[in-house]
Design a protein around this ligand. Sequence first.
Ligand code: SF4
Ligand code: SF4
Length: 270
Amino acid sequence: MSRQDATNSFMEDSPRLTLDDTITFRCGPDVPCFNECCHDLSLMLTGYDVLRLRTHLGLSSEKFIDTYTDMHADGEFNLPLLRLKMLDDERKSCPFLTDKGCSVYEDRPWACRSYPVGSATSVSNLPGRSDQFYFLIKEDHCKGFEQDRTITVREWVKDQDIQAYEENNDFFKDLTRYRKTLQSGLGAARQKMFFMACYNLERFRDFVLKSSFLRKFEVDEETLQNIKTDDTALLRFAYRWLRFSMFNEDTLSVRSLGGLQPQGRSPSMP
Ligand code: SF4
Ligand code: SF4
């Protein structure tokens, strides 16, 4: 079973954990299964995963996407999601796997860093309200559960530096809440917009700065300066745009008529 499939299955079947619950688990070069889990994965990438990985590798979004990912037409959310492309070797290894372990360890994807702790948000959750829970993902080949180390989920989240991924993937975490709207079909233009805003920040920055976007939407000066220079700030702004344009949420303000409202069509993709 792939890690993604295992995650979905365990989310349904495992007891829910809080930050104060404990787990017994340890991973490292001395465990007998070291590197065993980095093969034949169906590993979905979030926008923040792509940002961290391509920055680590010094690549543009486009180059990273072309080299390291393939497109997964996701049936559950009806969205074009990227997956990490495994090598074409016998074991379908992750392209970042080396004998010494993960070559992108500091910036490894969210799913790799969280394992064996999955997290999810309750479907009935209201916008802006946190109802997060955790669960354990136990894969048969993983000997980490046999190691002598007990820590709380809170310590695990801190230890694995998961907080930044939780914060900068909030839009991806909310996809469950949007499932109904997504399954009714977004249309090709919005699917394209989703892909650009989440995965190709250089193009999204051009869209914001070089189209009629800023004449149509209120963007305060501080946010504008941040999105010009800071990719994480730009990604967070992209999520605001997607919540507004895909799900009609009140995350952006349209400029008022009689002010700087431009004539003509809505901002279009570059
Ligand atoms: S990114 Fe690193 S931790 Fe994740 S599967 Fe690849 S080698 Fe393993
Ligand atoms: S299988 Fe488990 S213990 Fe072994 S390397 Fe992977 S995560 Fe660590």
